[in-house]
Design a protein around this ligand. Structure first.
Ligand code: URA
Length: 238
């Protein structure tokens, strides 16, 4: 059992004082009865709450998929830059979500955000071998030799030997190349450093897949949506 004002406040409906005012105006209903006391205790899993006639979607955890834009940092707070959490509506910020792993400031594409610490841990741990796929543009040509090096495991500048990765060449000529890279880890700047180890530079990087989730083509850069129940289930069962 939890206080109604706390439940609604956690869902982003305002401060406790603001919720008290909504109740006073008769705008809050539980199972079709107008509420009189904003401090009443209820079991939110068991009751239908409405605010201004609209049903409240009660949940403790939130799961979001974003198409991250360039120039925004994957953090909950930053002194200088806009963060991915700044891009969320207050109603979603109220859940205090954080990004699942990090994308660099100049990397775009699929980013999951949640406040579910357990799922976050599973998704970012290399132990679970979750595939992350990136589309990358490289300043130089790539060839079968590079594909083999990815397969064996590239050694980064600090001596770390990456787990085997997959390099798929989409296009390659003297002016550069377009590739898809599959990795199961998420070391700092990993894809860029893998190509640096081959004496090449990543000039554009977009994450297109994270485990079972694909970048949602309906989402413009900077847009996001909540995951469906099925999508959440598919992430929890990998
Ligand atoms: N690898 C990188 O180098 N940058 C990212 O943002 C993600 C993977």
């Amino acid at each position: 059992m939890e206080r109604l004002d706390k439940i609604l406040s956690n869902l982003g409906y305002g401060t406790r004082k603001e919720i008290k005012a909504l109740v006073k105006q008769g705008l809050v209903e539980i199972d079709n009865e107008v509420v009189k006391d904003s401090g009443m205790k209820i079991d939110p899993d068991d009751k239908e709450i409405r605010v201004s006639g609209e049903m409240v979607n009660y949940r403790q955890n939130i799961y979001l998929i974003m198409n991250k834009p360039n120039g925004v940092v994957s953090a909950t707070f930053d002194n200088y830059d806009e963060t991915v959490v700044d891009l969320l509506d207050p109603e979603h910020q109220a859940f205090k979500p954080f990004p699942v792993g990090r994308l660099d400031k100049d990397t775009v594409g699929l980013l999951l955000l949640t406040n579910d610490g357990e799922l976050n841990h599973r998704l970012i741990s290399p132990k679970w071998h979750v595939d992350k796929i990136y589309y990358a543009e490289i300043d130089k040509p790539v060839d079968q030799n590079d594909v083999e090096k990815f397969k064996i495991g590239i050694t980064l500048d600090d001596g770390y030997k990456c787990l085997p990765g997959k390099l798929k060449i989409l296009e390659s000529d003297e002016n550069g190349s377009k590739v898809e890279v599959t990795i199961q880890e998420g070391k700092f700047h990993q894809v860029k450093r893998m190509f640096n180890a081959l004496d090449k530079n990543v000039v554009y990087l977009k994450r297109i897949k994270f485990g079972p989730m694909e970048l949602d083509l309906d989402l413009e850069e900077g847009e996001y949506r909540e995951l469906s129940e099925d999508e959440i289930k598919s992430l929890k069962t990998i």
